[in-house]
Design a protein around this ligand. Sequence first.
Ligand code: SF4
Length: 705
Amino acid sequence: MQNTATPTHCPYCALQCGMNLTPTPDGTVEVSERADFPVNRGALCGKGRTAPAVLASNVRLTSPLVRSGGELVPASWDEALDRIAAGLRRTRAEHGPDAVGVFGGGGLTNEKAYTLGKFARVVLGTSQIDYNGRFCMSSAAAAGIKAFGLDRGLPFPLEDIPKTGCVILVGSNLAETMPPSLRFFNELRENGGTLIVIDPRRTKTAEQADLHLAPRPGTDLALALGLLHLVISEGRVDAEYVQERTVGWEDARAAAMAHWPEYVERITGVSVPQLRETVRLFCEPESAMVLTARGPEQQSKGTDTVGAWINLCLATGRAGRPLSGYGCLTGQGNGQGGREHGQKADQLPGYRKLDDPAARQHVAEVWGVDPESLPGPGRSAYELLDALGTDITSLLLMASNPVVSAPRAAHIEERIRSLDFLAVCDVVLSETAALADVVLPVTQWAEETGTTTNLEGRVLLRRRAITPPEGIRSDLEVLHELAARLGVEKGFPTDPEEVFEELRRASAGGPADYSGITYRRLVEEDGVFWPCPGAAEAVERPAAGDTTATAHPGTPRLFLDRFATPDGRARFVAVSHRAVAEEPDDEYPVLLTTGRVVAQYQSGAQTRRVAELNAAAPGPFVELHPRLAARLGAAEGDPVAVVSRRGRAVAPARITNAIRPDTVFMPFHWPGEGRANTLTNPALDPTSRMPEFKACAVRLEAVRG
Ligand code: SF4
């Protein structure tokens, strides 16, 4: 392997920061600044800087493991793969293909997500595949498709943010989740624009804002309706835009008018003057944006909530216009691409719908199978996990750790333990992998090439910088070997570029069209925004300087001429406030909301193994207001038990005025006694099937002695 720096991207969040990797004598890599990548211009957070630590052999898996006498013991690849094939085959034979489940992750590259979806449907014939991205952005995706006919996290590049007039950031603590992105918002304010942050906590992001609104958890829908009410009553609707570019205004208008500001104040706790000030700041500039993240999305009414914020954009003419629009800040590294290429329960590659006959025909032709043989839509992530041990008796799991990250986690852990057979592919022995019958050690970012799609819809090439250690294989090799053992010799290449070439053909003509993108273009252009249609067989961007270039340039900005609906108009949705699935009562009088801290990532499976990150964020905590702490008799650092209808978690108190007195917060990165997801409510959004991570009723108990 060469000793020069390889330009690539971070393995963690959806910002996909650019970085350079240089091999080191100890077999890992050194991270250095890559200032030419426009998203982060060289800046990295602590997670990105320390990512090479997870390559070290003392923290990762270096051999397949099989369960023997109750213990996981090292085994050869052949033995491990044979065991998985036998387990999956046995389940299919005894209970049918839908008794085999497949669970993927938003950290998988596009090539892996595509191959996993194809493997489930072509090799296993199961409809039971979904992935952890369902827990991330599915409500925003569902709302975006309803309103605009297309879901792409941000319909504009991040570089537009400093040039707009106002941004309302709803439920995003990006100062901790993706710190380099804060630069765009700082530049916005330097340019005279306004940042409004909506969050029940005064987070590090809220501290940067011109205006911070702190609604009760789970009331973002009512808040958006109250703002729209004021937009209407103050005569700030862009009537010409509404007339020309939208459908459904009258019903949405009527719904908003039923939400008087005083009523909204009672529901949310945000005062009428604050509502009025928000409307003024949002409506006065020429352009403005609303960006949502997990706060409004991880609710049992997440789709309607995001829909209400989109309504606000549409009524004020702030969508599909330069420097304006609605966008979702996707969380996981390949959260965007991971939902586009077939590992979702209801979708085929290219973001096609699985129940669309034309989509089935197209993809089946690319795969060389009968469209009738493709299974239909399956269960969503939580429903799939909840069916383990009953309807689904074997599970193949990649790049996910639901024992820590799923809602009602103790129940899900019990379901996983009740499986007849569990196979896990991972880099480390996560809490879920530790329960498996077979664990396969797989390559990670610096050791493999593949594409991801960042939160802007920018398709990027992650490049291999070092050779993986002996004994480790890629997920693509695993799926190739398993397909062969299950009787499918062809169609599962191990070369990522070969997979991408097939993905291009499968996505051609679909909503997320990658057909004009090639690895060569990704190297030369440092990323291409989809949709990028092209000749799916062999489009290559002409050499630099060739003015006859005809390849599609990609689409950084969507909807400027028309929305992706059949008539080109955006759809208002008529939505009304409804309470969280579990309101506080006498027994459980406080609301719990969950989230992240800067030094940990998702279930923490990787970042908890990095000494520097662990030192910065060694464990969970319960953030609570001094009034709640006083009532409990708890001092800073005292253990506090948080109890919901689903279980009990204990963590040290962190007492702060930065949270509402009726709310407590826990980060969800840790297993064990302080596992926040032991408490969370799996009440599902009826459209997106998103669980209600962001609000459930709890009580607090002091832990003595
Ligand atoms: Fe990596 Fe996200 Fe940190 Fe950037 S912000 S270095 S992509 S974890």
